[in-house]
Write a protein that binds this ligand. Structure first.
Ligand SMILES: Nc1ncnc2c1ncn2[C@@H]1O[C@H](COP(=O)(O)OP(=O)(O)OP(=O)(O)O)[C@@H](O)[C@H]1O
Ligand SMILES: [Mg+2]
Length: 298
């Protein structure tokens, strides 16, 4: 299967990438057509240790097993995409990584989820400290109705940082990392709700980065944004790659192919196939995966 068949059957390489096709239009390999092909060193990605390891991990909503005995290792400093049709357990799995499911009545987890070899489901784990290590960004940008500055300073203040100069430094660093600083540096003391949707999402990313997490969970972070704002978020993910372990849920196959090193395909709570993104999109082992990524169902 070629890239175009896998991703966008009716589009030319130029339409997909905005660039003239390599090889005079003959596309042999999907990453030749993607923006991050040159950025990501795929061999190097294979060397990274596992940061998050799910072992026989199940998540139940009362009697319903929404994630079913999943075994999967997520590599440090790399981008892992979770794909699959609606209701297959992507968000449930993501929330298991920072124990956000604890907040849902009737939700329980079995099996284990290791973060640097500590089982985060152990009752002795400090959930507040865990969520500092594992930040989350949601589909719909959800800034607080406060100043831009206060949004980013929120987490550091909760951690007890009061010094104004120190807070300002953290706010600036976080906004720079989230590629938003230039756009907001003169309006830090304006309400965050006055920003565009794409800016609000980058602000939410800055807010997550401000407490210095190791892992960033992103649940369809660009699905509510226009194409330009989406490109911004995708570029940002590629910038953050290496410094953070990123797990991104997306319904956009091109996006998964562009930004991720690894892809996990979920279906009805099962992990069907998991591997390096190139392999999943160009030569999936299972027909079910191929059918999904080619848009035959889901
Ligand atoms: N709070 C909840 N209470 C009960 N069942 C839930 C709850 N949240 C999710 N579920 C169920 O768990 C299953 C997995 O849902 P989940 O939201 O993880 O899917 P998803 O893959 O993220 O879907 P989507 O792509 O639509 O966001 C679904 O059957 C859903 O109905
Ligand atoms: Mg979801």
């Amino acid at each position: 299967m070629t890239t175009q068949e896998a991703l966008e059957p009716d589009m030319t390489s130029e339409e997909v990438t905005g660039k003239p096709p390599p090889n005079g239009g003959r596309v042999e390999h999907m990453f030749q057509t993607t923006k991050f092909a040159d950025f990501i060193d795929r061999d190097d990605a294979l060397e990274q240790p596992e940061h998050i390891v799910a072992q026989e991990l199940s998540v139940w909503y009362r009697e319903v097993e929404a994630v079913k005995k999943i075994n999967l290792g997520i590599r440090k400093g790399r981008v892992t995409a979770i794909i699959g049709p609606s209701g297959c357990g992507k968000s449930t799995f993501l929330r298991a990584i920072n124990r956000m499911n604890d907040l849902i009545p009737g939700c329980r987890v079995t099996g284990s989820l290791l973060l640097d070899e500590t089982n985060i489901n152990d009752t002795r784990v400090d959930v507040v400290a865990l969520r500092q290590r594992v930040g989350m960004v949601f589909q719909k940008p959800n800034p607080f109705p406060k100043f831009i500055f206060d949004n980013v300073a929120y987490g550091p203040r909760l951690l007890g940082i009061r010094n104004r100069g120190r807070l300002m430094q953290i706010v600036e660093d976080s906004l720079r990392r989230a590629a938003l600083w230039q756009e907001v540096k003169d309006r830090l003391f304006e309400n965050a709700l006055g920003l565009s949707g794409g800016q609000q999402q980058r602000l939410c990313i800055a807010r997550a980065l401000a407490v210095d997490p190791e892992i960033l969970l992103m649940d369809e972070p660009a699905s509510a944004l226009d194409p330009k704002a989406t490109v911004h978020i995708e570029n940002l993910i590629s910038e953050l790659r290496g410094d953070y372990t990123i797990v991104i849920v997306t319904h956009n196959m091109q996006q998964a192919a562009r930004v991720s090193d690894y892809t996990a395909f979920f279906y009805e709570g099962d992990l069907i196939e998991y591997g390096d993104t190139e392999g999943i999109f160009t030569k999936p082992k299972l027909k079910q995966t191929e059918d999904y990524i080619t848009g035959r169902f889901g």
